[in-house]
Write a protein that binds this ligand. Structure first.
Ligand SMILES: [Zn+2]
Length: 419
């Protein structure tokens, strides 16, 4: 063990926050969500088309380069761990990496993310995602996978469970005792996995693993679920046996009272992504009511319009103020707990000693009591980031990888198709 580090003057030491929901490649779309087709503003669904175009262009080599930059930016900002909700599994035609005739290794995309996390020194919980169908139409009919979605799919839930089991071994070998890489699981959404397959996941997936799902980000997906199954996405997860304490619902945005009570009674996790939900115009979920009902809140940066654990925390309370007209819906201690303890719980991580050293004498934080930092600090005030016993970042610079801005500059310069 290294000796206890001393804290520099005019700083405080705080437990490091956790990023419970990430799609690393969505970082490419930062600043572009106002652009719709034909010069219009677009909506969530046009943004999704835009995102699919980039998903189609990523190879394991490119994804490792991009994710290294994203995880470095995340670590420098103060995140100690990330739940990567990962569905870019296969080659574009749907063939698995490592299959006969493929020159890539098995699990090539998953290992690319693992190597990126090891390089950045951040804890990665790889939420390998089951994604089997293209979606639900407004009338509830099932849509086939389109050309881009083919690489998301294992074709059958049995094939996903089988690959998921092998991935645990491959990820463990890559981690090689570093203690940074673990495997979790996800269901993309009730749009992407049929009820019978949700039931098979409830029965067949190791119950010790954390399980995440996109719940109700858009009213249209609730309507399609009602049309297809006669219940809400929350109701369907309950019926199929997936609603429970190990489940984390991401984007609990458009819920009715019975959804809120069911999630609370199950002691489910709720991953709020307030900066993304604002950026995409998703709406504001009932975070206070969910917490009051018994659900456990955590926070995620999702598409990384913002990578700043302090701004994400603040956005949770600000969204509550905007929807309720009241202040103090969450205390600073409660929003810090969502970012830290809620995130650890959601990702199935043990308590650890990861911590930040935060400046209390900047223009933003001067005059704040330490307990007020969630309402005043930003990532620019993070002087040091310590993860897994290592000093990973200091004053915005990664100790091994340097300035994340230079990693991005290299990625976008070398790969102009993403600019
Ligand atoms: Zn997401």
């Amino acid at each position: 063990m290294s000796p206890e580090p001393t804290t520099p003057p005019n700083t405080v030491r705080v437990p490091a926050p956790v990023n419970a929901h990430s799609h690393a490649f969505h970082r490419i779309l930062r600043g572009r969500t106002h652009e719709g087709p034909g010069g219009g503003a677009g909506d969530f669904w046009t943004w999704r088309e835009h995102m699919y175009t980039y998903a189609h262009s990523l190879t394991p080599r490119l994804y490792q380069q991009l994710a290294t930059a994203v995880f470095a930016e995340m670590a420098v900002a103060g995140y100690s761990a990330v739940g990567e909700f990962h569905y870019l599994h296969h080659q574009n035609d749907g063939t698995p990496y490592g299959a006969q005739g493929s020159d890539a290794e098995p699990h090539a995309m998953e290992l690319a993310l693992g190597r990126a996390a090891l390089a950045a020194g951040i804890r990665l919980v790889l939420l390998d995602t089951c994604y089997l169908q293209g979606g639900l139409a407004a009338d509830g009919s099932v849509l086939e996978l389109d050309e881009t979605q083919r690489r998301f799919s294992d074709r059958t839930v049995e094939a996903w469970l089988e690959r998921h089991g092998r991935l645990a071994t491959a990820l463990g070998e890559l981690d090689a005792g570093a203690g940074l890489l673990t495997l979790g699981a996800a269901v993309h959404s009730v749009r992407a996995v049929a009820p019978a397959d949700l039931g098979k996941i409830a029965a067949g997936l190791d119950p010790a693993l954390p399980l995440h799902v996109h719940l109700s980000e858009q009213p249209a997906e609730n309507h399609a679920c009602q049309a297809a199954h006669g219940t809400s996405p929350t109701g369907l997860l309950q019926e199929t046996g997936l609603l429970g304490a190990r489940l984390s619902a991401v984007h609990a945005t458009h819920l009715d009272d019975s959804d809120i009570q069911a999630l609370g009674a199950a002691r489910a996790g709720i991953v709020m992504c307030p900066t993304t939900e604002a950026d995409l115009g998703d709406g504001i979920g009932p975070a206070r009511e969910l917490a009051d009902a018994g659900a456990h809140l955590s926070l995620g940066s999702d598409q990384h319009a913002v990578l700043d654990p302090y701004l994400e925390q603040r956005a949770l309370e600000h969204a509550e103020r905007l929807r309720s007209g009241k202040r103090g819906r969450f205390s600073p201690a409660q929003i810090s707990a969502a970012a830290r303890e809620g995130g650890l719980r959601s990702l199935g991580l043990e308590e650890n000693d990861d911590f930040l050293v935060v400046r209390t004498d900047s223009a933003r934080t001067a005059g704040s009591r330490p307990a007020q930092l969630p309402l005043t600090a930003t990532a620019a005030d993070v002087a040091e980031v310590h993860i897994n016993g290592q000093l990973v970042a200091r004053n915005g610079i990664h100790t091994r990888l340097g300035d994340p801005a230079e990693l991005y500059a290299a990625f976008f310069t070398q790969n102009p198709e993403f600019s």
